[in-house]
Design a protein around this ligand. Structure first.
Ligand code: SF4
Ligand code: SF4
Length: 450
C-alpha cells in the first residue's frame, strides 16, 4: 500500500483525503485474515488516523505480518515474473529499500465530481461560447444543441448556473466555519464527501447535521421565514419597480440567486431562495429596494440623527457601519471586556456590509461627519462573510466612491473598509484610532455646520 500517492502534493492534489490511511490499515488486516502467510507493507509519509482510531492503528502495528514504513516511494518496476519492485527512499533508517510485491495499491485520494464541470455563470458561457449578451432563446438553443459529455449533476433552474457554486478544489462554496453544510442554493445542503473528503464515520456525522438543517429549512420556509443566518426573519425585500431602470445590479449581485429577471431585465424575486441579506438594497443605484424594518430611509434617518460637533468644538465625528454578524459583536465583546475605544465613533449595525448603499456614505459626509469606517467580514478565497459575497461587494462599491466624493470636493480617504473577525475585538481600538488619526491629518469635514 502506497499512501499519499499524489496527495498532499502541490503539483497534484494538495490536500489530504483523510480516509486512505485507515482504509490501507483495514485492507492490510483483511489480506492477513484471508491469508495468514501473506505480508502487507504500508509505505507512508505520515500515518493519519483521524477520530478515535488510534487503537485500530496500534492493532495493525502489532500484527507481525503488517510492515508500516515511513518513506518516499521513488519507483515501481515490473519483474519478468510480473511481480513488482518498489523502491523506497528517505526511510526512518536512512536506507534505500526495495520490496517485491504481487500487488500495489495506490492511495490516490478523493476528487470532487464537480471537477471540470461548468459551475458558474461565466464558466457555463465560456463552455458554450456565449458572451451573455445574446437573446435568452439563443442562449437556451445553443446550450440545448451543444453536446454535453460532462452532463451536469443537479441541473438547477438558476440564472447564474445549473449547479452549486464551488470554490477551491471544486468543493461547494460555503462558509466552513459558521455553517459548513450550507450551499449558495437555499434548501440544498452539502454533506459527506460532496462537501469535503471524509471517512464513513465523518460522512454519517455530516449527514446528520445536514438533515437537521433541512428540517429547520422546511419548518422556517413553511411559515415564510428566512433560514440561517437570519433564521426566523419574516421580512423580505420589496422592490418599487415603477422606478426600476433594469440595470440588473441586484440580480447579478444577489449571492443566492434569489432574483430572476423577466425578459426586460426587471428583477423577479424568488422569496424561498432569499436569505434577507440586503445585498440587493446595497446594490440598487435607484434606492428602490428595502425591507419594511430595514431600508434606505431607516438608515438615512439614523445617520441624520447623529449629532455632529460644530467646527469650533474641535471634535471629530466618525460613523461606523458595522456588519452585525462579526464586526458588531466584536465591538460588543470589546465593551464586555472593558476595552475602551474612541468615543468619537457612532455605530450603525448592518445586516451584511453588502447591504451598504453608497448613499449612506455620501449622506453622512455631506452632513459634516468627518469619516466613515466600514467594518465587515473577511473576503477572498477564505471568506468569512455570512452572506458569501457581501463584504467583497461592499469593497467593490467602495472602489467607485472616489469619483462621487471628488465631485463633492472630499477626499476618498474619508471612507475606509476594514475586514475584521469577531476574534479581533481587542484589535478594534487600534483600528479605530488609526482611522481617526488619518482623518485628523486630512482635517475636519468642510461640510461641517452647513
Ligand atoms: S435580500 Fe439577499 S438573498 Fe434576498 S434577494 Fe436581496 S440579495 Fe438576494
Ligand atoms: S438594482 Fe434597482 S434599478 Fe437595478 S434592476 Fe435592481 S431594482 Fe432595478
Amino acid at each position: 500500500f502506497i499512501q499519499c500517492a499524489g496527495q498532499r502534493n502541490p503539483e497534484h492534489l494538495p490536500y489530504c483525503s483523510s480516509y486512505c490511511c485507515l482504509v490501507a490499515l483495514k485492507q492490510a488486516k483483511y489480506v492477513r485474515e484471508l491469508n495468514p502467510e501473506a505480508k502487507a507493507y504500508i509505505f507512508y509519509r505520515d500515518m493519519r488516523t483521524p477520530g478515535q482510531f488510534e487503537e485500530f492503528y496500534k492493532n495493525a502495528q502489532n500484527d507481525i505480518g503488517i510492515f508500516l514504513t515511513k518513506g518516499e516511494v521513488v519507483s515501481i518496476s515490473e519483474n519478468s515474473d510480473k511481480s513488482l519492485n518498489i523502491e523506497v527512499e528517505q526511510t526512518l533508517l536512512g536506507e534505500k529499500i526495495t520490496v517485491k510485491a504481487d500487488l500495489v495499491v495506490l492511495a490516490t485520494g478523493m476528487v470532487s465530481s464537480y471537477e471540470g464541470l461548468p459551475t458558474t455563470r461565466e464558466e457555463v458561457f465560456e463552455r458554450y461560447g456565449l458572451t451573455g449578451q445574446e437573446e435568452p432563446d439563443v442562449i437556451e438553443k445553443t446550450i440545448a444543441e451543444t453536446p454535453q459529455p460532462w452532463v451536469g449533476i443537479l441541473n438547477l433552474q438558476y440564472r447564474q448556473a445549473p449547479e452549486i457554486p464551488v470554490l477551491k478544489y471544486s468543493l461547494p462554496d460555503s462558509n466552513f466555519i459558521c455553517f459548513p453544510y450550507e450551499s449558495r442554493r437555499t434548501g440544498i445542503y452539502a454533506a459527506g464527501c460532496v462537501r469535503q473528503p471524509l471517512d464513513i464515520d465523518g460522512c454519517i456525522r455530516d449527514a446528520r447535521g445536514a438533515a437537521l438543517k433541512a428540517i429547520q429549512c422546511m419548518e422556517l420556509e413553511s411559515r415564510g421565514a428566512a433560514v440561517h443566518p437570519r433564521a426566523g426573519d419574516l421580512s423580505f425585500p420589496q422592490f418599487f419597480l415603477q422606478r426600476c431602470t433594469q440595470c440588473k445590479r441586484c440580480t447579478q449581485e444577489c449571492p443566492f440567486g434569489a432574483l430572476d429577471e423577466d425578459e426586460k431585465g426587471t428583477p423577479k424575486p424568488n422569496i424561498f431562495r432569499c436569505r434577507r441579506c440586503g445585498v440587493c438594497m446595497g446594490a440598487c443605484p435607484e434606492r428602490i429596494v428595502g425591507f419594511q424594518n430595514y431600508n434606505i430611509d431607516i438608515i438615512s434617518s439614523m445617520i441624520k440623527a447623529i449629532s455632529v460637533p460644530e467646527d469650533d468644538e474641535e471634535k471629530l465625528r466618525i460613523l461606523c457601519l458595522a456588519c452585525e454578524n462579526d464586526a458588531y459583536p466584536a465591538l460588543d465583546m470589546a465593551g464586555i471586556n472593558h476595552i475602551n475605544y474612541s468615543p468619537l465613533l457612532r455605530v450603525i449595525p448592518m445586516r451584511c456590509l453588502g447591504s451598504m448603499n453608497l448613499v449612506f456614505i455620501t449622506d453622512a459626509l455631506s452632513r459634516g461627519i468627518d469619516g466613515v469606517l466600514l467594518l465587515g467580514c473577511k473576503f477572498g478565497d477564505d471568506y468569512q462573510c455570512h452572506f458569501v459575497r457581501g463584504s467583497e461587494l461592499a469593497d467593490y462599491r467602495m472602489s467607485k466612491l472616489h469619483e462621487t466624493l471628488s465631485k463633492l470636493g472630499l477626499e476618498a480617504e474619508r471612507a475606509e473598509l476594514v475586514q475584521v473577525a469577531i476574534t479581533d475585538y481587542d484589535k478594534l481600538p487600534g483600528i479605530i484610532d488609526k482611522f481617526i488619526n488619518r482623518i485628523k491629518e486630512i482635517g475636519p469635514n468642510p461640510f461641517k455646520g452647513w
